[in-house]
Design a binder for this molecule. Structure first.
Ligand code: URA
Length: 235
């Protein structure tokens, strides 16, 4: 791999800034510093430092976003804002995409990565990865609804959902609930409540598999996952 690309991939600087850093002698590879941007290196094998500080090579990045309302979790589609618009400069050169969809008015845990294989593994319908949502529902959610959801509900198109775990957090004219589903049909949570005559008025994803949304992460902000959190996504 070219040295300037390597530095850009590691998030050290943009490609053009990396070229300048290399030409100014601030980059060392195995102790050598009269290098050129096109110098070829083996990213897995070689020790690179920038101004004496070792560089950690990483090909893949995994970011947890607390998605705000008003952003599409797709790649560019017309003029609507998209979650990738929220990515800070330091991660922009990675080829990030959102792993999974949330509606424009849904908030919460959204995973951004450039690791297509991991995304495929966690999104594959065959794996039944559980996802948990917190929601506010117009109307009283009843024990019958809990029972009904545990057997699966029939959506407007006739599809019988997989059993889902519904927990009522507060009962009232507006009820608060947590719902865990293991599939991802279009508008699934909203349509499951419609199937029992109720309306979702606020929806937030709080968990994917064993990975929880960091409660300290403000809306619209993102941070890298730790190694442990990455393993919680899959295991
Ligand atoms: N179910 C929905 O209805 N909307 C989402 O964004 C996610 C799950």
């Amino acid at each position: 791999m070219r040295l300037d690309k390597y530095l850009a991939d590691c998030g050290i600087a943009s490609r053009s800034e990396s070229k300048k850093l290399i030409k100014s002698g601030n980059v060392q590879v195995a102790g050598i510093h009269n290098l050129r941007p096109e110098t070829q290196i083996d990213p897995e094998a070689v020790a690179v430092t920038v101004r004496g500080v070792p560089v950690r090579y990483r090909r893949f990045v995994y970011l947890m976003l607390n998605k705000p309302q008003g952003y599409l979790s797709s790649t560019r589609d017309g003029r609507q804002p998209i979650v990738l618009d929220l990515v800070p400069e330091e991660f922009r050169h990675f080829d990030l995409f959102p792993a999974g969809r949330l509606d424009i008015d849904t908030e919460g845990l959204c995973l951004l990565t450039n690791d297509g294989q991991l995304a495929h593994r966690i999104l594959s319908p065959a794996r039944h990865i559980p996802k948990t949502y917190y929601a506010k529902i117009k109307g009283k959610v009843t024990p019958e609804d809990v029972q009904h959801f545990s057997q699966g509900v029939i959506l407007d198109d006739g599809y019988l959902t997989k059993p889902a775990q519904l927990e009522v957090l507060t009962y009232g004219e507006v009820s608060e609930i947590a719902l865990t589903i293991t599939e991802g049909k279009f508008h699934q949570v909203k349509r499951m409540f419609l199937a029992v005559g109720k309306e979702v008025i606020y929806l937030k994803r709080i968990r994917m598999n064993r990975l929880e949304l960091d409660p300290a992460l403000p809306l619209g902000k993102m941070r890298e996952l730790t190694e442990e959190e990455i393993s919680r996504l899959e295991g």
